[in-house]
Write a protein that binds this ligand. Structure first.
Ligand SMILES: [Fe+2]
Length: 503
């Protein structure tokens, strides 16, 4: 293994930190690495070609009052594969907020569990306002560039998908909607090369939908009026429509008037699913479904008169404090999949009748579901999701859901080893939906190390076909993506991954 430390960031977190989302498997990193020719246990498939990118909340400074695991600064990890070899890099996303706090040596903005008025800086980002845009939630690759995003809306930071150097912010020729920003969970339609996005906020019309074409031009930006401020987290799309949502879990209006932001579930209200045309002049159409909150969708597609939408229904979007567990476990019960009762669910929106039918797909509790992105907006069969550790925001295994037969294949990580959201990497020349690999990163508390695991996507239960050692134990993290080598400029022309990196 050829390893080099390329950066260190000064952390002001206390030595005796006891916050469970800043210690143990969530211990943040301060070191940035370049590692080539990584040690491999097993064999990296030669037809695995491209990069797995994972974003992570990786805090550097103590919170002003109360740290929430969604507040940490963005750090992206990349594991690249070519010709049976692998390289790794990790870098902080150099956001404006990260740089300002680095200069100040302390937190300047209040996090999501703190009052905005507590922020030291008057300015800021986020639907709520006066937050730091940490760009730590999600990552996609569009037009050959990695884009990191923030769940509360902010800028899209542009990163080189190989070196992870921050290249600046998406501007789209000055058309970027700076006033509202862009939410996490932008979507790339691999068939059109378009980037689909939404944003939300506390001012009318409360939500927008937009499209950026393959040449980075904003080609559509439309209002999606809502009854009030809402907290959508994800979107889905079909060939002709985007699907946005108005779930009945939102900030209490009376508290908002006092500058406090507390979300409450309203089981007396329906979930509303908004179907927005991707092209032309059509209006938004709303469909009503059973009340829930959906953090993540898997995919959507058109079938006859219907739009089929798969996602994770929460049986209990507002879990009560039962008094079980410690202080932090109770405070962050909203992050535990078993407490939210997240189950794969299918909604069918009939465009002729305006009716929505829905059904639970499985009793298994999973979330953070991904699929083969070549099937994005098209009929899919498989979803690959994470299973969670009881009571905590940690993943302990992978589940492959077969939406056609209902079959589930499961791989459980050893106790003390935690995974990330997987990404599905189609094999070079793949012909079938599950003809490829699942890639994820682990945080192994038993061996104090991290590995990148590669599974055969059609045989998840068999366990990894290869394990790749990373230079140090990395923090647990969630959202990830896959970018095929041929979608990355310079990848093919280079003689090796290292020379593609310009080394
Ligand atoms: Fe998310």
């Amino acid at each position: 293994m050829d390893v080099e430390v390329v950066g260190r960031v000064l952390s002001t977190l206390p030595e005796d930190d006891d916050h469970p989302y800043r210690t143990g498997p969530w211990r943040p990193q301060t070191t940035e690495w370049r590692a080539d020719d990584l040690e491999v246990i097993g064999e990296i498939p030669p037809d695995l070609d491209g990069v797995y990118l994972r974003n992570t909340e990786n805090p550097v400074h103590p919170a002003l009052e109360r740290y929430h695991p969604f507040d940490g600064d963005g750090m992206v990890h990349v594991v690249g594969f070519r010709d049976g070899r692998a390289f790794y890099r990790n870098r902080f996303v150099r956001t404006d907020g990260f740089l300002a706090e680095g200069e100040a040596g302390k937190a300047l903005w209040a996090g999501i569990a703190e009052r905005p008025a507590r922020s030291i800086r008057e300015d800021g980002w986020g639907a709520r306002g006066r937050m730091k845009d940490a760009s730590s939630t999600d990552v996609v690759v569009h037009a050959g560039v990695a884009l990191t995003s923030f769940y509360q809306c902010g800028d899209l930071y542009r990163l080189d998908p190989l070196t992870l150097e921050t290249l600046g912010k998406a501007d789209w020729g000055g058309a970027f909607p700076y006033a509202c920003g862009v939410s996490a969970h932008t979507k790339v339609d691999e068939h059109t090369g378009e980037l689909l996005f939404f944003n939300y906020g506390t001012a009318e019309p409360y939500m927008h939908f937009g499209v950026v074409d393959s040449g980075n031009r904003l080609s559509r930006y439309v209002e999606v009026p809502l009854p009030g401020p809402r907290l959508p987290h994800d979107m889905a799309f079909t060939e002709n429509y985007a699907i946005l949502n108005d779930c009945p879990l939102f900030w209490e209006p009376e508290l908002m008037a006092k500058g406090l932001y507390a979300a409450r579930f309203h089981p007396e209200l329906p979930t509303r699913l908004g179907v927005v045309p991707r092209r032309g002049d059509g209006e938004v159409r709303w469909f009503e479904a059973a009340p829930t909150y959906v953090l993540h969708w898997v995919n959507a597609y058109e079938e006859g008169d219907e739009i089929v939408l798969d996602g994770f229904f929460q049986g209990d979007p507002d879990p009560k404090d039962t008094g079980d567990g410690g202080y932090y476990q109770r405070m962050f019960r909203f992050l535990a999949l078993d407490r939210m009762q997240t189950r794969l669910h299918r909604w069918r929106l009939n465009l002729v009748t305006g009716q929505c039918k829905e059904e639970r797909i499985t009793d298994s509790i999973t979330e953070f579901g991904v699929m083969n992105n070549a099937y994005g907006g098209r009929r899919h069969r498989y979803a690959y999701a994470a299973s969670g550790v009881e009571g905590w925001f940690l993943f302990d295994g992978l589940v492959r859901h077969d939406m056609l037969t209902g079959a589930e294949e499961r791989f459980s990580l050893p106790a003390g080893v935690y995974g990330s959201e997987p990404a599905m990497a189609p094999r070079v020349g793949s012909a079938a939906e599950d003809d490829g690999y699942l890639v994820t990163l682990t945080t192994d508390m038993n061996e104090d190390r991290s590995e990148c695991l590669i599974f055969d996507a059609s045989r998840v239960a068999d366990g990894p076909v290869a394990r790749i050692r990373l230079p140090e134990r990395i923090s647990s993290g969630t959202h990830a993506t896959w970018a095929a080598g041929d979608s990355i400029p310079g990848w093919r022309e280079a003689e090796s991954p290292e020379s593609a990196l310009g080394l």
